[in-house]
Write a protein that binds this ligand. Sequence first.
Ligand SMILES: NC(=O)c1ccc[n+]([C@@H]2O[C@H](COP(=O)([O-])OP(=O)(O)OC[C@H]3O[C@@H](n4cnc5c(N)ncnc54)[C@H](OP(=O)(O)O)[C@@H]3O)[C@@H](O)[C@H]2O)c1
Length: 275
Amino acid sequence: MSELTGKRALVTGASSGIGAQLAQLIAAEGVHLVLTARRKDALDVVAAACAARGVRVDVITADLGQPDAATTLWHAATAGGPIDILVNNAGFGYFRAFVDADWLRDAELLQLNITSLVELSRRFVDARKADPGRAYLVNIASIAAYQSTPNFAVYTASKAFVRNFTEALHDELAGSPVSATCICPGGTHTEFHAAAGAGDYGWLATRSMLSAEQVARITLAAMRAGKRNVIPGVMNKISCFGVRLVPRRFASWMSRRVLGKPRAGALPARPPRAA
Ligand SMILES: NC(=O)c1ccc[n+]([C@@H]2O[C@H](COP(=O)([O-])OP(=O)(O)OC[C@H]3O[C@@H](n4cnc5c(N)ncnc54)[C@H](OP(=O)(O)O)[C@@H]3O)[C@@H](O)[C@H]2O)c1
């Protein structure tokens, strides 16, 4: 039994990577789950692993890169009971020059990484006004929030939004039963990089990578403690501190060097929309 046992959590992006690991750790605390992403098959695998820990698991497919999907998801998720823990984890980026992508991909990225995240946060905070119980909001940003990054321009800007939004929300909610926690992972071994058409990073970026499980464990601990912002990994902490000491132009140049060159050719296709 823990202080989380019996609560109900909605985890977005639960079909792989950090979200899938976090869902399993949360399930191990005795928390009932609503898991969402686009890929039903992958969600079902994670759901089965969570259910094996003795909690109730609902699976709802949603493409949060589409307008109105967050509204539909929220209504479906809360039809089964109130949500006490919201983890806005779903996100994607593309590793290409801005001129080599297209508006539809940018529109999906902005909708997923920013608009759906804010809408779910809004609905969660509004719903908690009538509930005095302890509740937790976790938004996954990135160390990319700390500087501009050429070839990841839209993605890093979206994560700067998530960081600023969540830190401000944390301060607004201080003293209330709801905490808002921002997590800023650095490079993490997940499907993110293949989906981004990336992965040929420099030595430093590769060396400092953590596993999805490590990031999920740190996220759960940060959530539980109601932290404001946590950067998993010592190397990542150092790099985020370091960028405060140098001109922004230099930080941007460094991040370009660390990530290396984008691959030639077309970006990977995005998985089809959820039903
Ligand atoms: N991996 C890293 O190096 C890294 C570093 C910093 C921050 N992050 C952040 O960590 C979070 C989790 O990413 P990850 O590394 O675990 O990568 P991942 O394995 O690719 O997971 C991304 C998750 O988001 C879901 N997703 C993607 N597009 C979606 C859409 N349109 N609608 C609904 N769900 C969608 C994916 O599920 P479906 O494909 O099934 O929809 C998947 O479950 C993201 O916000 C990412 O930006 C990752």
